[in-house]
Ligand binder design. Sequence first.
Ligand code: ZN
Ligand code: ZN
Length: 349
Amino acid sequence: MRRLPIYFLIDISESMIGEPIQMVEEGLAMIIKALKEDPYALETVHISIVVFAGQARTLVPLQEIITFYPPRFPIGGGTSLGNGLGHLMFELRKNIIQTTTEQKGDWKPIVFLFTDGVPTDDTKAAIAEWKKNWASKSSMVAVSFGEEADLEVLQQLTENVFMFKNTSVNQYKSFFKWVTASIKSSSMSVETGGTGFELTKPDESVISKIDPREMPPKPRFDHNFTVFTGKCQHSQKPYLIKYRRTTQPTMVGGMQMNSLVYRLVGAYLVDSSYFDYCDETGGANKVGTDELQGAPTCPSCGNQYGLSICQCGKIHCCGNEEVSTCPWCGNKGRYGFGEGRIDINSAQG
Ligand SMILES: [Zn+2]
Ligand SMILES: [Zn+2]
């Protein structure tokens, strides 16, 4: 039986923390469950998941549906699409059975690429290799989660670039239904003499195909989210604090102006694999504490202040301890409540 390999190449950068990564996790589980009930898919479809932040890893090696167990997704720092593509091509080289005169190989692999941001690494070499070796031997579907992915980069990889409005749980459901239906119709088409790549029609209010001649305007901000990395001083566990970037009207000298503020989305524990997925360079953006609206509690120990800043510049939790110990640098100190603005480094996003 010829296999139809489906690869998911998924961005697990910090901005995916919270609802997006949880929805991806549930969405993948939903896809697997639906495919297990589909006789065509059971026969042909094999699935693999590759994830990338600053570093890329194989989360699930290529395997048939029946043995597939949906994984938990890690989170890392950075959006190294070049690393992600490089790792995907390594997996393709290793696993795809080519058709020769002696044997019928696999059907053309289908790659679903999900990303929500602009690459933080140089993608040129990886894109050149993709075009040379894999663009014609596979079918890629590149999806921008939200409006902030670099559509021009995605368009160099494939003509199938989609924008997914990912602002509600129902939209995620609709999105993953579309992915499931497209995998089903592709696996059905290999059995009925088709091309093995059949995207079904999406709900266009949720998923829209990007026409390269009608590129949407560049988003207003490079990043709609800013994420900070903190550590609990009691458990030493890392956590991410996510803020949404937005504008709000303020009065300046009798004139109404729009000023930039960051509103708290939440604080989320990550496991220590977070640091394995980060690349070496530090966060790029500096944000002033006076621009932040709302402060989280510690998601590990429940301490009242999840965003205390040590003199080393790193963030940790703080509560009623007599003496606080910075889990990053070991510095001990009593914390008062600082007046005025402190600049803090964001993570890479
Ligand atoms: Zn804590
Ligand atoms: Zn410190």
